[in-house]
Design a protein around this ligand. Structure first.
Ligand code: ADP
Ligand code: MG
Length: 289
């Protein structure tokens, strides 16, 4: 037993030679905190898993784990990547499988801010190890800010999703992050605009999705409306996309996930009146009767 932990630790610290780039390693980032990164990671990850792919979600937040709560897996996390690094457990022990979709796994990097001494190489090896386990999508939920946790998360990714709300502060931070991503060689970047309020856009009290997109100049992955169901889903530990009767935000997340995997190329129009659009969407997804 001791030995296998030791071997595992060595593997984690070694330079991995694994180079199968068929899978996609995507960092979900923002600059500004509280704009919806964790919500997006949980919902997009769950959607992709439901489409049949093997998905790993990495909670790269330091000391502030959240992704486990959104997925209702908070009681199942016994180990984090820090424990692997310290030789306390193996990777498979730290990987928590979702209760509902077994092809979805969650890995937390660290529970403890004081104990965080993960290096870029550690992160890269971790992601390589997950790749060699056959994970087709690895989504990294980035910590807020642009310090060590952020750098560690982006250095192991090939692509990025920048999440922003239609507020100037969030957009400015998103723009800064876009620059940092480019400086780190990540050119495949997509934009997710969250917490849209069509009523406010209509009254010119909120920037429209296309305004935000034009300001940032990043291709749009999706636009998610403001929706109380997001909070309800968080409290229940059940991502929106799992609801039997999808809400508009659930549909929007599912659309974003489909677009990410190249299965959809149209957008929900969040500028049309809410009711009419919601009905149209329901008809489209659930049949018109
Ligand atoms: P981050 O990971 O970027 O810090 P979170 O995903 O934790 O952001 O979201 C921050 C807060 O905003 C949470 O309370 C969440 O429930 C809420 N929230 C996120 N997206 C929406 C939305 N589309 N509608 C309503 N509330 C939202
Ligand atoms: Mg978060």
């Amino acid at each position: 037993m001791e030995k296998s932990y030791k071997e595992n630790k060595d593997f984690f610290n070694e330079v991995s030679t694994y180079d199968d780039k068929k899978n996609r390693i995507i960092v979900i980032t923002s600059g500004k905190g509280g704009v919806g990164k964790t919500t997006a990671t949980a919902n997009i990850g769950m959607s992709i898993a439901r489409l049949g792919y093997k998905v790993a979600l990495i909670d790269a937040d330091i000391g502030l784990r959240n992704l486990d709560l959104l997925l209702g897996l908070e009681n199942r996390i016994l180990y984090t990547a820090m424990d692997i690094l310290e030789g306390q457990c193996r990777l498979d022990q730290a990987l928590v499988r979702d209760k509902r979709w077994k092809n979805l796994s969650l890995l937390a990097i660290s529970k403890n801010r004081q104990k965080y001494n993960v290096t870029q190489k550690n992160m890269q090896n971790l992601v390589n190890s997950l790749s060699s386990l056959g994970y087709q999508f690895i989504l990294l939920d980035c910590p807020a800010g642009i310090d060590v946790g952020f750098i560690n998360a982006i250095c192991s990714a090939d692509e990025a999703i920048i999440v922003t709300t239609p507020e100037i502060t969030a957009i400015r931070d998103g723009d800064r992050v876009a620059g940092l991503l480019e400086a780190n060689g990540i050119y495949n970047v997509k934009l997710l605009v969250n917490r849209i309020r069509p009523d406010m856009i209509k009254n010119n009290d909120m920037m429209s999705v296309s305004d935000v997109q034009e300001m940032l100049g990043i291709p749009l992955l999706g636009a998610i409306p403001e929706d109380n169901q997001v909070l309800i889903a968080t409290n229940r530990g059940e991502p929106l996309v799992l609801k039997k009767k999808l809400t508009l935000s659930g549909i929007a997340f599912e659309n974003a996930a489909r677009r990410l995997i190249g299965k959809q190329d149209y957008f929900i129009d969040l500028n049309t009146p809410y009711k009419g659009m919601f009905q149209k969407l329901q008809e489209f997804f659930l049949g018109s009767n």
